[in-house]
Design a protein around this ligand. Structure first.
Ligand code: TXA
Ligand code: MG
Length: 330
C-alpha cells in the first residue's frame, strides 16, 4: 500500500533508518521536518529549487522570505559565502548554536535563489544535532524555516509540527522538545557594529561580549533592505525594465515572462521569452521566479510583459513578488 502524505510519519530522530529515509527524501527534492535546539525546521536541500518551493507550499499562504541555510560547520559556510573575520569569530564562539549570521553569498554557492529570495546574502546557521548531521551527510546546506503553517507559532515538538502541517509533509523526525524554544538570533556584521536583525536564542549581551563590538538594532527602511516583512524587499525584485502584469498579448518591443503551455497573442514577435513553467506547474514556477527576474534585469531590457498566473497555492506568493517588481519606482 502506498503511503499517503496526509499521514505524516513521525519517526525517532535517533533511529538510523529514519535518518536514511530523511536523506532519501531530501535527495529527491522533498522537505522533511527536523528538530533543532531552537525550534523544529522544515528542511529541504537549499540547492534544489523544487525542494525549496515545497517548503513554501507546505507552509501555506507563502511569502517568499529568505530562508536560513543550515550548515554542519564553518567549512561549508566558507564554501557558500564570504566570511569576514568578525563573522568567523562569532561562528567560532556560538556554533553549533542559536546564532544565524548573514554573510555575502559566493556566486558559485549553488544555493537556489528561491532560498535566498534573490538576495546576494545568506543567513547561515549551524544548529546542534540532527539538522547539522543531515546537512553533512547530504553535502549541501539545508534551507529551513520554522516547521509551522504561516501565521502559527513556531513548533517546539514533533506533535506541534504534526498539528500544524498534517497532510502537507511526508516525514517528521522526532528529537523531543526543543531545548531553546525560540528561534535563533540573526546578526550581520557592519563596519563598526553588529546589527541585530532578530533577537533570539543568543542574547545581545553575549554577542557584544564575544565580538567586542556594540550590537545595534537597525532602523527599518531603505538602508536596511533586510527583511522582517516581505515589503522591505521591494527594491530587490524590481528589474530595470518596466513590468506589465496580467498581459493577454505581447508587444514587439517587450520581453515575455510566460506561464503554462498557451502563450499569448504576439509572442512570436516578442524580444524574448522566459517561461516560468511550460507545463503550468506553480511549484516549478516558484522555483524559477527569482532566476527569471535576475535574468531580465538588464539595461537592454526596457519592457516586460508577464502572463497572468493563477492566484492559488504558490501562485499567491509569485503574484505578490511580481506586483512588487511592477510597482512604481521611487
Ligand atoms: O531558529 C531558527 O532560526 C529556525 C530554525 C529552524 O533554524 N529557523 C527560522 O527560520 O526561524 P525562519 O524562516 O522562520 O526565519 C528566517 C528569517 C527571515 O524571515 C529573515 O528575517 C531572516 O531569517 N533572514 C534569512 N536570510 C536572510 C538574509 N539573507 N538577510 C537578512 N535576513 C535574513
Ligand atoms: Mg518562522
Amino acid at each position: 500500500m502506498s503511503r499517503k502524505i496526509d499521514d505524516p510519519i513521525i519517526r525517532d530522530a535517533n533511529d538510523p533508518a529514519a535518518i536514511g529515509q530523511a536523506l532519501e527524501l531530501l535527495r529527491a527534492g522533498q522537505c522533511v521536518a527536523v528538530p533543532t535546539e531552537t525550534v523544529y525546521g522544515l528542511a529541504a536541500d537549499a540547492t534544489n529549487g523544487d525542494g525549496v518551493a515545497r517548503i513554501f507550499a507546505a507552509k501555506g499562504r507563502p511569502s517568499f522570505n529568505p530562508l536560513i541555510c543550515h550548515v554542519p560547520d564553518m567549512g561549508m559556510a566558507d564554501r557558500l559565502a564570504f566570511i569576514d573575520p568578525l563573522s568567523e569569530a562569532l561562528m567560532a564562539a556560538f556554533w553549533p548554536g542559536a546564532l544565524t549570521i548573514v554573510c555575502r553569498l559566493r556566486e558559485e554557492s549553488g544555493i537556489h535563489p528561491l532560498a535566498t529570495a534573490g538576495l546576494d546574502t545568506v543567513g547561515l546557521r549551524s544548529p546542534v544535532g540532527v539538522m547539522s548531521a543531515l546537512a553533512r551527510a547530504l553535502g549541501q546546506p539545508l534551507a529551513a524555516p520554522s516547521a509551522n503553517k504561516s501565521g502559527r507559532v513556531s513548533p517546539t515538538s514533533a506533535a506541534h509540527v504534526a498539528a500544524s502541517l498534517e497532510g502537507r509533509i511526508p516525514l517528521i523526525l522526532d528529537g523531543g522538545a526543543a531545548r531553546v524554544g525560540v528561534e535563533s538570533t540573526i546578526v550581520r556584521v557592519e563596519a563598526d557594529h553588529i546589527a541585530l536583525l532578530r533577537p533570539g536564542g543568543i542574547s545581545r549581551g553575549a554577542i557584544a561580549q564575544a565580538s567586542g563590538r556594540p550590537v545595534r538594532t537597525p532602523s527599518r527602511g531603505a538602508s536596511n533592505p533586510i527583511v522582517t516583512a516581505p515589503g522591505q524587499l521591494t527594491s530587490h525584485y524590481a528589474p530595470t525594465g518596466a513590468v506589465r502584469l496580467d498581459a493577454e498579448h505581447v508587444e514587439p518591443h517587450e520581453w515575455l515572462i510566460a506561464f503554462g503551455p498557451r502563450l499569448p497573442e504576439g509572442h512570436d514577435a516578442a524580444r524574448g521569452i522566459i517561461n516560468l513553467s511550460p507545463s503550468g506547474d506553480l511549484r516549478e514556477a516558484a522555483a524559477n521566479l527569482f532566476g527569471a527576474l535576475a535574468a531580465i534585469d538588464r539595461p537592454a531590457i526596457r519592457a516586460i510583459a508577464v502572463m497572468p498566473i493563477p492566484d492559488e497555492g504558490l501562485g499567491e506568493a509569485i503574484n505578490d513578488r511580481l506586483k512588487r517588481a511592477a510597482a512604481p519606482r521611487d
